[in-house]
Design a protein around this ligand. Sequence first.
Ligand code: FES
Length: 80
Amino acid sequence: MKHSRKLIFICTGSDCKKAGAKKLYKELKEITAQAPHRGSCKFIKTKCMDMCKTAPNVIVGDHFCKKTTAEKVLMEIKKS
Ligand code: FES
């Protein structure tokens, strides 16, 4: 059986924080705690990714999500 736990990197640098990265992190944690995403994601907070102009930044697998929202991240989780 294939285990597909996705790694999601959330930038928590100062610019991304100002752009709502903390709220985004909380939203994603809440959503992924429920079915059908339960246990399928691992969140990792990172320092600045040097892409501050496009804050908040999130990396889902090998896809870089710029100026992202919880909905965009969830779509990316489903795709990968
Ligand atoms: S603070 Fe997030 S990329 Fe710089």
